[in-house]
Design a protein around this ligand. Structure first.
Ligand SMILES: Cc1cc2nc3c(=O)[nH]c(=O)nc-3n(C[C@H](O)[C@H](O)[C@H](O)COP(=O)(O)O)c2cc1C
Ligand code: SF4
Length: 284
C-alpha cells in the first residue's frame, strides 16, 4: 500500500483542528472535534508541499511523508522584525546605479538566495531559478549583445524603440557611457518555465525579495529595464546566458556594492487606497 501523505502521533495530537483549517487543498480531514486528523484518501497528488499542516501544529504531532520535521525550525518571535524596523529597511532601499568595481562574493549571493527561496509562488511551485553574470567583463559582453538588439530596433524604427527612446541609449553606450548596465559587476536574471501556474508573477516577486534581502546585506540593486525589454523582445538572447528554451526571463537586476551611501530617505506620494463596503457597480 502507498505511504500515507502524513501520519499523526495520537499521543501528541490535541485534536485542535489547526492542521485541517490550515491546509489550502483541504487534504487534512477531521471528522469530529475529538477525532484524529487523517489525509483525504487518494488525493495525495494535490498536496502542494506548502508545509502549513506541519508548521501550524503546536505539538509536532503531524509528520508529513514529503517534508521531514527537521526542515521546520521553531519560530523565535524575538527574531522577527517589528513593523518600524521593517519600514525603515524598506524605506532606505534605493535603486543603486553607481557601483564599486569589485564583485560581490559568491557566499553573499548564496546567503541572499537562501532567504529569497522562501518567497511565495503560485501553487508553491518554486520554479524561479537564477543566472548571475559574474564580473564586469561578463556584464559588458552581454551589454554589447543588448546594444546590437537596441540598434536593430532603432534602425527598423519600431514603435517600441521610439517609445523607449532606444536611440539615445545606443548613442550613449556607443560613446562608452553605460546607461544600460551602469558598469555593474553583476547582472542577475530570474527565469521561470514558459508555462505554469503564475511563473511571471513568481519571478517578479522573487526579484523584489532579492532587492530587499540584498539591501540587508549591504548589496545594491537596480531593476535592469533595458535588459528586461531586450529579453522580452528577443528571447533568444537568453541562450547566451545559458538559459534553455522553454524558460522565460521576466526580471533582471543590476547588482554590486554601492559606491556611495545615501544619507536620507526620499519622499513618495501618499498611498491611494479605498475601502469598499460593497461592490462598486459595473458589469455583473
Ligand atoms: C501569484 C500567486 C498567486 C497565488 N494564488 C493563490 C490562490 O489563489 N489561493 C491560495 O490559497 N493561495 C495562493 N497563493 C499562495 C501560494 O499557494 C503560497 O504562496 C504557496 O503555497 C507557499 O506558501 P507560503 O506563502 O505560506 O510560503 C498564491 C501565490 C502567488 C505568488
Ligand atoms: S503540505 Fe500543505 S497542501 Fe500538503 S497536506 Fe500539508 S497543508 Fe495540505
Amino acid at each position: 500500500m502507498d505511504q500515507p501523505l502524513f501520519t499523526v502521533d495520537e499521543t501528541l495530537c490535541r485534536r485542535d483542528g489547526l492542521c485541517a483549517a490550515a491546509c489550502p487543498a483541504s487534504l487534512v480531514r477531521q471528522d469530529a472535534p475529538d477525532a484524529l486528523p487523517y489525509p483525504l484518501p487518494g488525493k495525495a497528488e494535490h498536496c502542494i508541499r506548502c508545509g502549513h499542516c506541519v508548521a501550524i501544529c503546536p505539538t509536532g504531532a503531524l509528520r508529513h511523508s514529503l517534508l521531514p520535521l527537521e526542515d521546520f525550525p521553531l519560530i523565535d518571535r524575538k527574531k522577527t522584525l517589528p513593523p518600524a524596523a521593517l519600514a525603515e529597511h524598506l524605506k532606505t532601499r534605493r535603486s543603486i546605479r553607481t557601483f564599486r568595481e569589485e564583485a560581490v562574493p559568491q557566499e553573499t549571493f548564496a546567503a541572499i538566495l537562501d532567504t529569497v527561496r522562501y518567497a511565495p509562488t503560485g501553487h508553491n511551485r518554486q520554479e524561479v531559478q537564477w543566472t548571475i553574470l559574474d564580473g564586469r567583463r561578463a556584464v559588458h559582453e552581454f551589454l554589447m549583445r543588448v546594444n546590437e538588439w537596441m540598434r536593430s530596433e532603432v534602425k527598423a524604427r519600431t514603435p517600441f524603440s521610439r517609445a523607449m527612446s532606444l536611440a539615445g541609449a545606443v548613442r550613449a553606450v556607443d560613446k562608452g557611457k553605460d546607461v544600460v548596465t551602469r558598469d555593474a559587476p553583476h547582472a542577475v536574471f530570474a527565469h521561470v518555465p514558459d508555462e505554469g501556474v503564475t511563473p511571471m508573477t513568481d519571478a517578479i516577486i522573487a526579484t523584489t525579495w532579492f532587492e530587499i534581502v540584498a539591501h540587508a546585506h549591504g548589496v545594491g540593486t537596480c531593476f535592469a529595464g533595458y535588459l528586461m525589454f531586450a529579453l522580452e523582445h528577443k528571447p533568444e538572447l537568453a541562450r547566451c546566458l545559458g538559459i534553455p528554451e522553454g524558460r522565460t526571463v521576466p526580471a533582471a537586476l543590476l547588482v554590486g556594492t554601492p559606491k556611495y551611501r545615501y544619507r536620507r530617505m526620499v519622499p513618495r506620494d501618499e498611498p491611494k487606497a479605498v475601502f469598499l463596503p460593497g461592490l462598486a457597480g459595473g458589469e455583473e
